[in-house]
Design a protein around this ligand. Structure first.
Ligand code: HEC
Length: 151
């Protein structure tokens, strides 16, 4: 009986915590979160870009590490684009994001697809193929930036 009561109290508490948490996500936190994730992704993708351009020596192990980070992190920024977060902290996000959510989502999916390929190609250890896939991934970045990010 006591155990059941405790379990019940635990469930109620967990519910309250969950609700409070959801309410606590203010636009400024969401903006900082998504910018943080995008910055991390950009950092590691930048290293691959430098490798592709020959500004940095090609290294298979490093390419694998960077590409797998880019692939994982490319899934993360999007939950930070909560409704109402077109303002609340300095942001380059265009209001169009919330007017054309389907298009914005398609561009996220395209990015995730390309970064997944990037991780696979890196593991194959083919430098030329990596270069090509860095280019394709970069295109997925700029396709979205062109329409949804302010300069
Ligand atoms: C689906 C759309 C989309 C895709 C795809 C995308 N970005 Fe972005 N990116 C944005 C938006 C929108 C912002 C502005 C976010 C803000 O300021 O709130 C941004 C901002 C950034 C920033 C700056 C973060 C800051 O603090 O200002 C970097 C770096 C970045 N993106 C890198 C990349 C790279 C690299 C790729 C591809 C590997 C990429 N992005 C793909 C939409 C996208």
């Amino acid at each position: 009986m006591r155990g059941a009561l405790l379990a019940f109290a635990g469930t109620v508490l967990a519910g309250i915590v969950a609700i409070t948490y959801a309410q606590e996500i203010k636009p400024d936190r969401a903006i900082k979160y998504r910018q943080g994730a995008l910055t991390v992704m950009g950092w590691h993708f930048g290293v691959l870009g430098a490798m592709a351009k020959g500004e940095r020596p090609y290294n298979k192990d490093e390419a694998i590490k960077r590409a797998s980070i880019v692939s994982e992190v490319s899934k993360l920024p999007w939950e930070g684009f909560i409704p109402g977060s077109d303002q609340g902290a300095p942001t380059k996000a265009k209001p169009e994001i919330w007017k054309e959510p389907g298009k914005f989502k398609d561009l996220q999916d395209k990015l995730i697809e390309e970064t997944g390929k990037l991780a696979t190609v890196a593991k194959n250890g083919d430098e030329a193929a990596l270069k090509t896939q860095v280019g394709a991934t970069g295109k997925a970045c700029s396709n979205c930036h062109d329409d949804f990010r302010n300069k």
